[in-house]
Design a protein around this ligand. Sequence first.
Ligand SMILES: [Zn+2]
Length: 255
Amino acid sequence: MSYKNTLQKVDTEKALSLIGIEYQTQGAYVKFPCPNCKEQAVIKAYGDKKNLYYCPRCKVSGHIISLVMKVLGTDWNNANKLLIKAEATTKRIANELTMKYELQYHHFLESQGISEKTCRDLEIGVPKGKTMLAGCIAFAVHDEEGRKIAYYGIRIKDLKPVFHKSFNPELYVFNFFNVDSKEPVYFSSNMFECIKNIEQGRQCMSNFGLPYLSRFQLDLLRYYEKIVFLVDESLVKPFAVQMAESQMNYYRFEN
Ligand SMILES: [Zn+2]
């Protein structure tokens, strides 16, 4: 695989975890200690400059492969081999998920203004027992045909996303299958906001909290003539740029 391919495919957060670097995410950026001066450096987790980093303090820059080499003191080949473990899948899930969690309503959902009935209807809740989504709010995810293909989780204690490696949120739009293009369509990047809007009778979709729209998601949004975006102020500009660049239909932002 070419190194540019690696930069596009590797999940930045997974890669940093893999080499034992502590980080903080902020929108499309991830902050971590600079390998040179230990001050805060930034690496881009999405888009064109994905997996390129820069330290504003000492001006050192590089990409995720050179970062791994530096941090682990290893060579190019070994760094690449290691990074394969941090790749996000580019495959869509072909089969319907037969596994079903026993989901419980949780006071966190109540605090978000989401009712027990909505959770039952949409298959949302905290899974019972020992599962990879223990301690998470799990959301059943369906493909465009309405087949359940995965669960997406948000950990209650820190709101970090948790999901199986076979599922890549870039390849789906949450609740797309339920939305009628003849009615007004809403879109929120926040999963809880999305559910709250559905509860209020709006047709709402979400991109699983990603701070950008993937190519695939942009393509799916073309099905709708008009879309209202309910996103944080910090995301208005990046989303508007993406929508304009891909020459999308009529859309507007609402707070
Ligand atoms: Zn530095």
